[in-house]
Design a protein around this ligand. Structure first.
Ligand code: ADP
Ligand code: MG
Length: 440
């Protein structure tokens, strides 16, 4: 947190040294402090001009940074330490709410990376600027934890944001469950121990994850987990509570769904949903369309429906994680690892990755399945080819991440051109996204 502030304020100081100039026309309703200069600018068709402190302008050093770039600083570097052309694009591996994820190869080192490309216009339209800045900030801050994907660079171009991480060349828990239908107790024990260690690490780093679900839990080439997607993560102080209604509906704790202030307990609820789903092969609470009906489903369920073949210890730990009252919920790693369900499993050994969660055979067929589902770039993406059912999307209640006021938003929109123009009315979303990708 301290670092973040340090970085931000030094960038802001840098900005303040430069006189403010923006490559858009000011809205008419805004009073201009320098009417003569404004009219001169609009006659000449450009505001890309530097004003000195005294109010005189200079043609020598144009200030090249439009607001739609400045607003994503300092988290996304606009000087582009790396460029998309440094990489050979191999395949599309994922597609979410604002993002495309590509598998790429560094042209010089041949190393594989994943690049998440986010579309600025959509982010601004959804009022999620701060959220995307937090995503980059948190991911970079997390460094090299064994169960979290490592992020190397973040930068921006006029229309897109880029996050470069190690490529996880395996699969994910969602695909594993589709392949296996249900997972055995040993596998679920190791995966949930890896997840619990990861949640503990995130929480101790002051991060609420808020989107724990099978699709965001990748499986690396050795079968261990790698958590991706910090798009809904939030930095919180030790006792701070937050209130944004966000997550993926069937994984959201009741206190999120009913709009109460909440904290770290929400991630432990999601772990309970993940464990149930892996052991039983379906979600404990069926998915609804929005948070009010999802809340009714959770609140109306008097008991969780466990199949008779589940062990008593599994039932007990899931019941404690899916405790509706957050103050009674099992929500720390120390209580979790001493539960009878984990008897005989050392969390130290799990952290050292000395326990394989799945067999080599399962891993091989999983990787084959995963590679087959990648789509060669720039083939249009219609979701994962082998997924007949659409994957559940992360979700936030409308306007949740509002950080700009209306005027600020108007400026950003003007800066990017018009949102309508960027939406390319009449074309499919996929077509538009692909166009953005090929002209970074
Ligand atoms: P979104 O916010 O759109 O859900 P994610 O960060 O979850 O975006 O990425 C979407 C998908 O892309 C993931 O579910 C995963 O399948 C794939 N993906 C993301 N990051 C990586 C990575 N580092 N290596 C391999 N695949 C990845
Ligand atoms: Mg995701």
């Amino acid at each position: 947190m301290g670092n973040t502030h340090g970085r931000r304020s030094s960038q802001q100081r840098k900005h303040r040294k430069r006189p403010h100039s923006i490559a858009v026309n000011k809205p008419e309703s805004w009073p201009s402090s320098k009417p003569s200069e404004m009219s001169r600018d609009s006659r000449q068709g450009s505001l890309r001009r530097r004003y000195s402190e005294s109010g005189n302008y200079s043609y020598k050093t144009p200030w090249p940074l439009p607001l739609s770039e400045a607003v994503f600083l300092p988290e996304y570097d606009s000087k582009q330490p790396v460029k998309i052309s440094d990489f050979e694009i191999l395949a599309t591996v994922g597609k979410g709410a604002f993002a495309h994820v590509l598998q790429v190869k560094n042209k010089q080192t041949e190393q594989l990376f994943a690049i998440k490309i986010l579309n600025k216009a959509e982010i601004i339209k959804e009022n999620a600027v701060q959220q995307c800045k937090d995503e980059a900030n948190i991911q970079v801050k997390l460094g090299n934890f064994p169960f979290v994907v490592r992020t190397w660079y973040t930068w921006q171009t006029k229309h897109n944001l880029f996050i470069v991480s190690d490529f996880v060349d395996g699969s994910d828990l969602y695909t594993l469950l589709r392949q296996e239908k249900r997972l055995n107790d040993t596998t679920v024990k190791i995966y949930s121990a890896e997840l619990a260690i990861t949640l503990d690490y995130l929480h101790k780093s002051g991060i609420l994850y808020r989107d724990l679900k099978l699709e965001n839990i990748l499986i690396d080439e050795e079968g261990h987990i790698k958590l991706v997607d910090f798009g809904l993560a939030k930095l919180v102080k030790p006792r701070e509570r937050t209130g944004t209604i966000c997550g993926t509906l069937q994984y959201m704790a009741p206190e999120i769904l009913n709009g109460k202030p909440y904290s770290r307990e929400v991630d432990w609820w999601s772990l309970g949903v993940v464990m149930y789903t892996l052991l039983v092969g379906k979600n404990p609470y069926p998915a609804k369309q929005e948070h009010c009906s999802q809340l009714s489903v959770v609140e109306d369920a008097v008991e969780i429906d466990f199949p008779s073949d589940l062990s008593d210890d599994a039932v007990s730990i899931i019941t404690q994680l899916l405790q509706k009252d957050p103050s009674l919920r099992l929500s720390n790693v120390d209580s979790l690892k001493t539960h009878r369900y984990f008897e005989g499993l050392s969390f130290e050994v799990v952290l050292q990755k000395e326990k394989s969660p799945i067999t080599q055979e399962t891993l091989k067929s999983l990787r084959r399945r995963s590679i087959a589902s990648r789509m060669k770039f720039p083939r249009k993406v219609d979701g994962h080819r082998r997924d007949k059912k659409p994957r559940p999307l992360s979700w936030a209640s409308p306007g949740s991440f509002t950080v700009q006021d209306k005027t600020h938003m108007d400026w950003l929109v003007a800066d990017l051109g018009s949102l309508d123009a960027l939406n390319l009315n009449g074309k499919s979303q996929e077509a538009r996204r692909t166009e953005c990708l090929v002209s970074p």
